[in-house]
Design a protein around this ligand. Structure first.
Ligand code: ZN
Length: 182
């Protein structure tokens, strides 16, 4: 097990676009293992490398007993949106908000051995692929909310006990997210 501290909102690494993976080597496989272990421990439905301070385009997911990872993802999204679905983020512990997302997503990328992979997801899986790929672009779920919802979210974030703790901090409440935060 190699559980890493999860970076919280306010840490600049979460606003820094990640670099594409070029070397599919042992280091990459260690990163996938660290992400998987950290996600399972949280617990969370997904985790992106910048959330543990690594600026590479890699994420893991664990939804409906499907455990996996994707490297250098490229998404194709449905026009149809789920406007009301609740979404959380391990970098915003204990908080979730309605966040609009495409209902279906096709995610193309690579596995840790460099083989091409195509994943298809609906609902929570599609939401996870979008949330994690956003992380790789330095985009956070608050950026996807409308102005009114973002205002409510920012108020809750300012009032959260972890607010302003930009140094790496291990999660505060292990089960508050019920495994749905990403
Ligand atoms: Zn997140």
């Amino acid at each position: 097990m190699a559980i890493q501290p999860i970076r919280l909102f306010g840490d600049p690494v979460l606003r820094t676009p990640a670099e594409p993976v070029v070397d599919f080597d042992k280091e990459l496989r260690k990163l996938v293992k660290d992400l998987t272990d950290t996600m399972m421990d949280a617990p969370g439905a997904g985790l992106a490398a910048p959330q543990i301070g690594v600026g590479l385009r890699v994420f893991t997911y664990h939804i409906d007993d499907q455990l996996g990872h994707l490297i250098n993802p490229d998404l194709d999204l449905s026009a149809e949106l789920d406007e009301e679905g609740e979404e959380g983020c391990l970098s915003f512990p204990g908080l979730s908000f309605p966040t609009p997302r495409a209902i279906r997503a096709v995610a193309k990328g690579f596995n840790m051995y460099g083989d091409p992979v195509t994943l298809e997801g609906t609902d929570l899986m599609a939401r996870c692929f979008q949330h994690e790929t956003d992380h790789l672009n330095g985009v956070l779920f608050i950026d996807r909310m409308d102005v009114k919802q973002r205002k409510l979210a920012m108020k809750a974030i300012r009032e959260a006990e972890w607010s302003g703790m930009s140094a790496p901090v291990v999660k505060l409440s292990p089960h508050a997210t019920q495994g749905r935060a990403v």
